[in-house]
Design a protein around this ligand. Structure first.
Ligand code: PMP
Length: 390
């Protein structure tokens, strides 16, 4: 029996630069000690106070179906958060609660793209993007964002690819580059969406992790609230990756349609998880900063190490839990560099190529191990790059 073309074609085939990642996993499986700087997962767990709130809710009986678009208290909490952070008036009718940001990305594209529509995304990109677009039957089209522009998409980068496109997916603060889009970049995104009549899907799951500059949501710009779907999540801001809770903020009629989609797919998010998220959001900035602090610290450590040499280039490290390093001076591809580093020093980093052609010759370092191990690994990486100089 044949499976659908859609599911068989989802990943697009090929290793896409993930060989090093799987090799590191095999080494760990074989008992080798590997410092993993690959995945974007905190090295702290969900705060005990959030787990207590979850337990109180569940043991108090909140274990049945929750209302499909989200509980009123969670939708209100998300709406209040967006209003406070962006100044754009947002109500619960603009909010759909989803099982994580990934599901929100899928649902958003499902809402705006028909089968065969072209959906734009910026390259370098978060690994699931092209598959998510293919998953809703859209045709992914990359907008290359060049290292010369610190991987920020310019208006003309986008315009060049926009003819006939239905949507544009952007992500700031950015995974994998760690770049925070400037006002000029966000204005270019908004202009392209307006001029080419595209929906904007704005992935803002790292909005609490900003080290330099300011996070600007495209939804705040003129004429954008009616064409923007903001994807948010508790995963990164509150170290709740395993709780699977996120949201879409969108115009009311879009949310009404997303409600139908949720009814026929996820049937909502557990009420006790939503109660825990409401508690966490109620703790305000203090808790968000506590979760972001280790990355802020390690980014400073990394910047100091890189400032003392001129072999490895650092892409402006402005936000999110990653540093993108330019290793082109070694003459190696990101993939070869990462592979050799793993063999020689048992340090696993992600080749830039696994995030798209634009990040070739780079490696992404996740700042997800404790400070001294992070510092030692980065020093080793820099020393290794020096040895490889042609
Ligand atoms: N967007 C980006 C850019 C991400 O890096 C991630 C997770 N690494 C997600 C979305 C999805 O996160 P989650 O489903 O855990 O909310």
């Amino acid at each position: 029996m044949d499976l659908s073309n859609r599911i068989q074609g989802l990943t697009g085939g090929g290793s896409d630069g993930w060989d090093v990642f799987y090799k590191a996993r095999r080494m760990i499986g074989a008992g080798v000690s590997v410092t993993e700087l690959t995945q974007g997962e905190h090295d702290i767990r969900t705060d005990q106070s959030i787990l207590d709130a979850m337990y109180r809710s569940a043991s108090g009986g909140n274990t049945g179906y929750a209302t499909v678009p989200g509980t009123n208290s969670m939708r209100d909490a998300v709406a209040a958060r967006l209003t406070a952070r962006t100044g754009v008036h947002t109500t619960r009718d603009n909010v759909l609660v989803t099982p994580g940001g990934q599901s929100a990305l899928f649902a958003s594209h499902h809402a705006v793209c028909d089968e065969g529509d072209v959906a734009l995304y910026c390259d370098p990109y978060y690994a699931t993007y092209p598959g998510t677009l293919r998953g809703v039957g859209a045709i992914p089209r990359a907008v290359p964002c060049l290292p010369e522009n610190a991987f920020q998409p310019t208006f003309s980068d986008i315009a060049e690819k926009s003819a006939g496109a239905k949507s544009l997916l952007v992500n700031t603060p950015n995974n994998p580059t760690g770049v925070v889009y400037s006002r000029e970049t966000v204005e270019g995104i908004a202009r392209a969406c307006r001029e080419y009549d595209m929906w904007c899907i704005s992935d803002e799951v790292y909005d609490t992790q900003v080290w330099d500059g300011t996070h600007i949501s495209p939804r705040t710009l003129d004429g954008m609230a009616e064409r923007t779907l903001v994807v948010g999540s508790m995963s990164k801001s509150h170290a709740m990756t395993g709780s699977r809770i996120g949201w879409i903020v969108a115009p009311e009629d879009v949310v009404e349609n997303l409600f139908n989609l949720a009814t026929h797919t996820t049937y909502g998010v557990p009420g006790y998880i939503q109660d825990a998220a409401v508690f966490a959001l109620g703790e305000g900035l203090a808790l968000e900063e506590k979760v972001a602090e280790p990355f802020r610290r390690r980014r400073a450590i990394g910047q100091n190490i890189l400032a003392e040499q001129n072999v490895v280039g650092l892409v402006p490290s402005e936000g999110a839990m990653y540093m993108m390093l330019d290793v082109r001076s070694t003459g190696l591809s990101g993939e070869d560099f990462a592979d050799k580093l793993l063999d020689a020093h048992h340090i696993a980093v992600m080749p830039g190529e696994s995030f798209g052609a634009s990040a070739a010759g780079h490696v992404r370092v996740a700042m997800t191990v404790e400070d001294s191990a992070f510092e030692a690994s980065l020093k080793t990486l820099v020393g290794f790059a020096k040895e490889l100089q042609p």
